[in-house]
Write a protein that binds this ligand. Structure first.
Ligand code: NAP
Ligand code: GCO
Length: 266
């Protein structure tokens, strides 16, 4: 039955940074497909915000404070989840930050922090959940990559380096653990209207669009910013039986940006 292909009934999904934005949209889709939802953020107030949103959407979710860059805390989180909810069948490495600073003006500390959250943390969390997945005969890992896994632009050197590395970490986890029926794939959102990109869409003093806002719309064949819910279907595909023979793939959900050279000037 086609429904069974996309069902997550009885599965436990951990979505890092799943309080709002892209992580929340992915978790909501998983809940609708039957999964039990667990999420974490680095701040109690964000966890509380997420819990209120899940409750308002009629979703039973458990939230934990856990900085994904702290291996000891992550290992404790995984043990707690396994005890309180059950073994983790689906991991979405979604938690992420960006710092938009010209590279030559960026401090090493800022560069390292972005790499720590966006690249080292997916390693840390994946390393914590894979042994249990192997014991249970398999699992799904979805790493949230980016246009910057493929492209650069000014001021995002640390983020692009991290997301480019995350693409290759995805391929390596797929290569190293595919034989244990673990599928590790990436999802690559285009430019999505979330709090993270809000500065790029702020209306100008005269009420006009932010120049970057207009730029992205011109570079996107779909001629719009993505919404977090645009990721729901592709993320569900990567978490379900439907993708059991898909491994090491980065599924770009970008409205066509990566395919498009841009509109010729008139
Ligand atoms: P967002 O709105 O900024 O949300 C980020 C989430 O990650 C928050 O819940 C945040 O909560 C959590 N987080 C940040 N640092 C953390 C840490 N050290 N430990 C645990 N949780 C942490 O971001 P978003 O736009 O939804 O993006 C989510 C993911 O998609 C990120 O990996 C981002 O790089 C990626 N992405 C975004 C876009 C886009 O256009 N928006 C496009 C491509 C890829 P706390 O701050 O409370 O920890
Ligand atoms: C930026 C944006 C992008 C998006 C996303 C694109 O400053 O260029 O924040 O990096 O977050 O990663 O896929």
């Amino acid at each position: 039955m086609i429904d069974e292909l996309f069902s997550l009934e009885g599965k436990v999904a951990l979505v890092t940074g799943g309080a709002y934005g892209i992580g929340y949209a992915i978790a909501k889709a998983y809940a609708k497909a039957g999964a039990k939802i667990v999420f974490n953020c680095s701040r109690q107030e964000t966890v509380d915000r997420g819990l209120a949103s899940y409750e308002a959407d009629g979703i039973e979710a458990k939230g934990y404070v856990c900085d994904v860059t702290d291996e000891a805390v992550v290992q404790k989180l995984v043990a707690t989840v396994e005890e309180e909810v059950g073994p983790i069948d689906i991991l979405v490495n979604n938690a992420g930050i960006i710092k938009r600073i010209p590279m030559t003006e960026m401090s090493v500390e800022d560069f390292r922090r972005v790499i720590d959250v966006d690249l080292n943390a997916p390693f840390i969390v994946s390393k914590a959940v894979i042994p249990s997945m192997i014991k249970r005969g398999g699992g799904k890992i979805i790493n949230v990559c980016s246009m910057m896994s493929e492209l650069g632009r000014e001021t995002v050197s640390a983020y692009a380096a991290a997301k480019g590395g995350l693409k290759m970490l995805t391929k390596n986890i797929a290569s190293e653990y595919g034989e244990y029926n673990i599928q590790c794939n990436g999802i690559g959102p285009g430019y999505i209207a979330t709090e993270q990109t809000a500065p790029l869409r702020e209306r100008q003093a005269d009420g006009s669009r932010h120049p970057f806002d207009s730029f992205i719309i011109s570079k996107t064949p779909a001629a719009r910013w993505g919404e977090s819910d645009d990721l729901a279907g592709p993320a569900l595909f990567l978490a379900s039986k439907a993708s059991d023979f898909v491994n090491g793939h980065i599924l770009y959900v970008d409205g066509g940006i990566l395919a498009y050279i841009g509109k010729q000037p008139h």
